[in-house]
Design a protein around this ligand. Structure first.
Ligand code: PLP
Length: 418
């Protein structure tokens, strides 16, 4: 394991987290390069070319992490023009990027076309027309995939959030044929493929395989109509165990997908994993500021807040919280671990058994995905620094924000006339 205790001190690879907390300050995100690459290999080793892996940038978009993945052959899945700019800044190539997202603006589409985007994952007929118009103005042909909503049965898989009829995402199954034929008829659209993304933090393969069956049936239906579908993108959404749940068997999922696609023939497969690549590869280090005994329970106030890691506040998400130094001497107590932000929702864990005293460091585990990327400056708090560890080397990959950063771009009013 990447994060483990050596001589009662929690380490990331060979780096002591207490040393990193002292050197770089807290709150601090620490990522392990070894863990990221190991996670990446879990996919790449079972995904031979021409199939492609497009890392979902929104999970963790630090330039160094994008650069690391690009060096290991990653393509990218983006949801904004800003994410495309990041990928390019990190040394990725636009042709290896697929552009997802339900609300692409005119400027984002134009920018993506100018850069030579690999594919637009189109979510509506209106978006298809907009892309066609902009491509015409740029005198180019836009490569397009249709994001279809496979409406995977919620009865059997209630945790799926984006793949149901009721969601804003994707084109309904029954409309897909009409939209594909429309795309086929538009002069500046090249209909390439189909894609779907049924949700996130899914811990079994069956909903993905149900979705694959529906998508493959649609591929055959569209081909029968003369639409030349040559790629199928099954999106991301593979979960990680946050609370010791059993982990999905990625190798077997990838093999079954390939078998299913081979039976249909002539398809390049794409996947867009995000969380599964970076989630367990990062921790958020935080310092205990105060112990606050309460009438019903005790609070452990830490220096990280919901602005640094919003998942508990946003989805009641569970994160393990562990002491960085194992034997601190303090007695184990039942505590709520809470941040300094002025919201009752600002918590990291309720009723946890923890022994900690003022000045101790804690590690909030599995904070590598949807941690820093969802961070904000709420309460005018500078965003945390980020460090990438490789063996016994630690590299600062994002400086902690300074106060001047917090009002960058803001203007005072002109002087009042007297
Ligand atoms: C968020 C997202 C992903 C990544 O999801 P994970 O759960 O992090 O794997 C992939 N594709 C699309 C379209 C997304 O919106």
């Amino acid at each position: 394991m990447t994060f483990n205790y050596q001589a009662e001190q929690l380490h990331a690879e060979q780096c002591s987290l207490e040393r990193l907390a002292q050197q770089f300050g807290t709150p601090l995100f620490v990522y392990s390069q070894q863990a990221i690459l190991r996670n990446w290999q879990q996919f790449a080793a079972h995904w031979p070319a021409p199939h492609k892996l497009c890392y979902a940038v929104k999970a963790n978009s630090n330039l160094a992490i994008l650069q690391l993945l690009a060096r290991h052959g990653a393509g990218f899945d983006i949801v904004s023009g800003g994410e495309l700019a990041r990928v390019l800044q990190a040394g990725g190539r636009a042709q290896d990027v697929v552009f997802s997202g339900v609300g692409k603006s005119h400027d984002e589409i134009a920018y993506a076309l100018e850069q030579g985007i690999g594919c637009f994952n189109v979510e509506s007929a209106a978006e298809l027309e907009r892309i066609n118009d902009i491509a015409a103005a740029h005198q180019v042909i836009a490569p397009v995939s249709l994001r279809v909503n496979p409406d995977v049965d919620a009865q059997t898989h209630p945790y799926i959030a984006t793949g149901l009829k009721a969601n804003k995402f994707g084109i309904a199954m029954r409309d897909a044929k009409a939209v594909a034929l429309k795309g086929q008829a538009l002069k500046h659209i090249h209909m390439r493929g189909l894609d779907c993304h049924i949700g996130s933090q899914i811990l079994t393969a069956s909903p993905f395989l149900d979705a694959a069956d529906r998508m493959l049936a649609l591929v055959q239906e569209l081909r029968a109509e003369g639409v030349a579908i040559d790629h199928l993108d099954m999106g991301g959404g593979i979960g990680i165990p946050y609370q010791h749940e059993s982990q999905p068997d990625i190798a077997s999922y990838l093999h079954i997908l390939q078998q299913k696609a081979a039976a249909v023939g002539g398809l390049t497969l794409l996947l867009e994993p995000g969380r599964a690549i970076v989630g367990n590869a990062g921790v958020l280090l935080t310092k205990v500021e105060y112990l606050k005994p309460g009438e019903d329970k005790n609070f452990l106030l830490v220096d990280a807040g919901m602005n640094d890691l919003i998942r508990p506040a946003l989805y009641q998400a569970y994160h393990d919280i562990v002491p960085v130094r194992q034997a601190s001497g303090a007695a184990s107590a039942l505590v709520d671990v809470v941040g300094p932000v002025c919201e009752t929702g600002d918590f990291f864990g309720h009723a946890r058994h923890l022994s900690a005293q003022q000045g101790d460091f804690l590690a909030i585990m599995n904070a590598g995905a949807y941690g820093f990327t969802m961070a904000s400056n709420y309460n005018t708090r500078p965003r945390a620094a980020e460090v990438l560890v490789q063996g016994d080397q630690a590299t600062l990959i994002r400086e902690r924000e300074v106060l001047e950063d917090l009002w960058k771009g803001e203007r005072l009013l002109p002087e009042e006339r007297t």
